[in-house]
Design a protein around this ligand. Structure first.
Ligand SMILES: Cc1ncc(COP(=O)(O)O)c(C=O)c1O
Length: 396
């Protein structure tokens, strides 16, 4: 893979000193120097916002007023259009609640549908905030470890049956999967649906990464793949990862079942939640034909970054790259180096000067991994590969 394509995503933007969590906290978090460190941890992207988003914000600025606003009809219509057009999902926007991002939506779902003594299950390793939210809300965690088959994660429901304590009320599921980018198949989702029915679980299907499938991969929204479990299903979606607008804190929690929706609605209204004006403006502008065209270019670019990074990692003895089907998050295993975690992390943070997310923070099974964020110009991905090759060069 060479750097021969000129793309708008190639533009290097210096985010240091802009209050970017990813760039401005890496020194504090990992000791990675800000002068020449590479920020590859927190899941946002370093690309310039596209014109259709900038124009939407400018149009709002022209009004020179940021007071209370009404009328979510056009926003709802854009979400409905996007889900139908991009995912074949006939979403009824009357089933939808807006939240201050999906971490917020998931924490509310846990608190609304479970009691403090209940357990909430996750398939680990997985997005670390799932376990954190379970802990912060005072619930108990049941970890169901993902299995590795041909170098990819799979779920083993027969094994999970024996790991359930009987106190689980809910399962949090990442689809597509953060950190390893799996796009789950119909068969896997059907087995998950059966598992939820068998153990009487509410399924929170967190589909925040659904737009970022690589060309040739198709994400299956849970309500489309398994309509038979819509009576126990909560779907969380947002334009935040796709269009890099996570700072505007806007997400959607969709609950098709009337009884669950009524219960959530009562809980939700107790917090007096009204969406943020800019979250609505940006998400509506994103869920548009211009947004669709931009995302298709982005998906191809991210797949190119993944190919470049994957080739580079494969050439470093002891490191292995889990093939990605989606997202901009790459899950790299350092087990083959024979090093303890402190040593391979030291080499990545100190020698390569790369801030990457330590895998053990994503749960059991993540101990020998680091997660690298490839949502950056390709030249930086190339730079990361070169730094890693040098940091582990003595293993050649
Ligand atoms: C799977 C998953 N869910 C939820 C979130 C958080 O979303 P938000 O920023 O809207 O709270 C992330 C962010 O990385 C994520 O990867």
């Amino acid at each position: 893979m060479s750097l021969d394509t000129a793309s708008p995503f190639d533009e290097i933007i210096d985010r240091r000193g802009s209050n970017s969590s990813k760039w401005d906290l890496m020194e504090r978090a990992f000791g990675v120097p800000q002068e020449d460190g590479l920020a590859m941890w927190i899941a946002d992207m370093d690309f310039r916002a596209p014109d259709f988003l900038q124009d939407a914000v400018k149009a709002q600025l022209e009004k020179a007023n940021y007071g209370y606003f009404c009328g979510l009809e056009s926003f709802n219509e854009s979400v409905r259009w996007w889900m139908q057009e991009r995912h074949g999902w006939a979403l009824d926007t009357d089933h939808m609640f807006t939240t201050y991002g999906l971490g917020h939506g998931i924490a509310m779902a846990i608190q609304c549908f479970t009691e403090p003594e209940d357990h909430v299950a996750i398939f680990s390793p997985v997005y670390h905030e799932f376990a954190i939210k379970i802990g912060k809300t005072g619930r108990n965690l049941t970890e169901l470890p993902l299995m590795q088959e041909d170098g990819r994660y799979t779920m083993d429901f027969a094994a999970y049956d024996g790991m359930m304590t009987g106190r689980e009320k809910m399962v949090l599921f990442s689809s597509p999967h953060n950190p390893a980018g799996r796009v789950w198949t119909q068969s896997e989702l059907s087995q998950l649906a059966d598992f939820c029915k068998h153990h009487d679980l509410i399924l929170v299907s967190d589909e925040i990464h659904h737009d970022l499938t690589f060309p040739g991969q198709t994400h299956l929204p849970m309500p489309v793949a398994c309509p038979e479990i819509t009576d126990r299903l909560i779907i969380t979606t947002s334009a935040s990862k796709t269009f890099n607008i996570a700072g505007t804190r806007c997400g959607c929690v969709t609950i098709p079942d009337p009884a669950l929706r009524e219960r959530f609605g009562r809980f939700y209204r107790g917090f007096d939640i009204n969406p943020n004006l800019f979250g609505i403006v940006l998400m509506e502008a994103a869920y548009s034909p211009a947004g669709a065209a931009w995302v298709d270019e982005l998906r191809a670019y991210l797949a190119g970054n993944a190919a470049l990074f994957g080739e580079g990692i494969a050439a470093i003895p002891g490191l292995s790259f889990m093939p990605m089907e989606s997202t901009y998050l790459s899950w790299v295993d350092f087990a083959g180096t024979g090093m303890v975690r402190e040593e391979f992390q030291r080499r990545v943070f100190k020698d390569a000067r790369i801030a990457a997310t330590p895998g053990h923070t994503l749960g059991t099974g993540g101990e020998s991994f680091l997660r690298f964020n490839l949502g950056m110009p390709r030249a930086r991905v190339q730079e990361a590969v070169e730094r890693l090759a040098a940091a582990f060069g003595d293993l050649q």
